[in-house]
Unconditional design. Sequence first.
Length: 140
Amino acid sequence: MTEEEIEAVAEELAKAGGTSWYPGRTRGALLRPVSERYRDRARLAIAALDRVRANHGGMQSESQQTPPPHQNALASNPDDVHVGAVVVYRPPGDQRAIACRIDRLEEGRAYLVPAPRPDIGWVSLDSLHPLRAETPTKDE
């Protein structure tokens, strides 16, 4: 489990956490820090996936070991909004949430820069598997 994997899962959890997905959901901007709570949950989720993959592969699970402590945690309060923190922001009137880093803080405002995601690029078609087999329709 890498820190990059933890951050990616934590960002997705922060996007989903507390956001109501029904027609009357809250409108307007959303600014939610990617907190240690989301990182801890991401570690648990990734560890569970590692255990499942290890059991299917017949290998001994590495995730049964205790996870290493998060070394980038700030001493004061890691959930505070500060320069360098990752937050999830939803622009007003938009339904998508964007993971951003806080570049500057001044006069009660934050300058957000979208957090770059590594580009996967080209992959072999042999490594891709469909999610489910196609089922015949009633007409067939």
